[in-house]
Ligand binder design. Structure first.
Ligand code: UDP
Length: 386
């Protein structure tokens, strides 16, 4: 590596991918600068402190993973609490359990046993059972049937994605478990929780000792910033990197309306999904419940899905066939650029969960350190230790 530059690596974006990458490189003895366009570190995991309540400014982040290695990794920076995500669905002022499980089936149909619930679902899907569902609607109807689809999926999905469910890929709802037990835990993963004291504890610990600068727009000042380091790790949007040269990728954006309330408990749960289309927001998050807060006040956030326009924040990649093809083409272009590494939800254009982002960063940084050192660094007690 050329040693004349101030930094070995310039890491663009202080989200989880950038933080993990920077941490591991720093541990291995490389000099890194992490920059971010926004005014804070931690990307979308950033939490604002409101009198002890950690407000998930950019939407609810519940860490979950089945990987012992990733769980041990994040817990080595900050202990995690025992928060278990059990969101509720509100449909026409009635409250139902999520994910779809025996509690939901009982609330919907009065059935009390798994056998009766299976019979009911079988009856519900009979007219829709199609061997090869072509879209999200066909898939949902063929798996859970009409009652569940129309109450809990269609309205939520169409406002979330701004498209008809018939025009969306089925994989989007394969994230929601379907169970025939009385289990309201949203995730099937072995481990889940929230960092005690909030996500900033995790990202600050990852960035300890690393130089950082916020309010720096890499793409606006690319030529000068590139001169600072021998290599660049880019975690921003894939298409923006190339000035949209071969087309624009689509994203879904979000807007949040945060409200401080002078009451102890607003909704009795961290996450309530509003599944009917007519209500413009998809969820209300009550942040104190992520950390079992006992403050006499509370903070809630309404999450509004928004079209992605120039200047708005990209939150979700829209991984349909057209966008995936375009992203593949951009990835080929990216791979041809020397001294550039890219990763994370935006730069890979993948609907990654936090644990997947961390796993991907660890894999890529390990390869990078090996390629620089010719062997695994002894200083690198981060990845090597796990
Ligand atoms: N979904 C739904 N009803 C719900 C919750 C989710 O139809 O009450 C669908 C929706 O299409 C959503 C997808 O399932 O985009 C994945 O939901 P999840 O909550 O896992 O997504 P997140 O926005 O938290 O990444």
């Amino acid at each position: 590596m050329e040693k004349r530059r101030v930094y070995d690596y310039l890491i663009v974006g202080a989200g989880l991918f950038g933080c993990v990458f920077a941490h591991e490189l720093h541990q291995a003895g490389f000099k890194c600068l992490v920059i971010d366009k926004r005014g804070h570190l931690g990307g979308n995991t950033y939490c604002r402190d409101e009198g002890g309540i950690k407000v998930h400014e950019f939407g609810a982040h519940v860490f979950h993973t089945s990987s012992e290695r990733i769980w041990a990794y994040v817990n080595s920076f900050v202990p995690f609490n025992r928060y278990t995500n059990c969101p509720l669905a509100r449909y026409k002022n009635k409250v139902f359990s999520l994910p779809f499980n025996m509690n939901t089936f009982n609330q919907l149909w009065g059935v009390t046993t798994p056998e009766k619930a299976r019979l009911k679902i079988r009856e519900q899907v009979r007219e829709y059972s199609t061997k090869f569902p072509k879209n999200l609607e066909e898939y949902a109807l063929s798996v859970v049937g009409s009652d569940i689809y129309h109450r809990f999926i269609k309205g939520y999905t169409e406002k979330q994605w701004g498209r008809e469910a018939r025009e969306l890929p089925a994989f989007l709802i394969k994230r929601i478990p379907l169970r025939f037990t009385y289990d309201n835990n949203y995730f099937d993963d072995r481990y889940q929780g929230i960092p005690i004291g909030g996500y900033n504890k995790l990202t600050d610990a990852l960035l300890k000792g690393v130089d950082t600068k916020v309010n720096v727009d890499y793409l606006k000042d690319k030529v000068a910033l590139d001169l600072l380091a021998c290599k660049v790790v880019y975690t921003g949007p894939l298409d923006a990197f190339f000035g949209y040269e071969i087309g624009r990728l689509e994203y879904r954006s979000l807007a949040f309306e945060h409200e401080n309330l002078d009451c102890y408990d607003y909704q009795g749960n961290a996450v309530v999904n509003f599944t009917e289309f007519e209500i413009p927001y998809t969820r209300i998050i009550e942040h104190k419940h992520f950390e079992f807060g006992k403050q006499p006040y509370t903070v809630v956030s309404r999450e509004y899905p928004r079209a992605f326009t120039r200047g708005s924040e990209p939150f979700y990649p829209i991984n349909d066939a057209r966008n995936n093809q375009l992203a593949d083409a951009y990835r080929v272009m990216m791979n041809r650029i020397p001294n550039l590494i890219f990763g994370g939800r935006l730069a890979e254009y993948k609907y990654y969960d936090m644990d997947q982002v961390i796993a991907s960063a660890l894999t890529k940084v390990k390869q990078e350190i090996i390629s620089q050192n010719g062997f695994e660094s002894e200083q690198n007690n981060g990845i090597g230790a796990i």
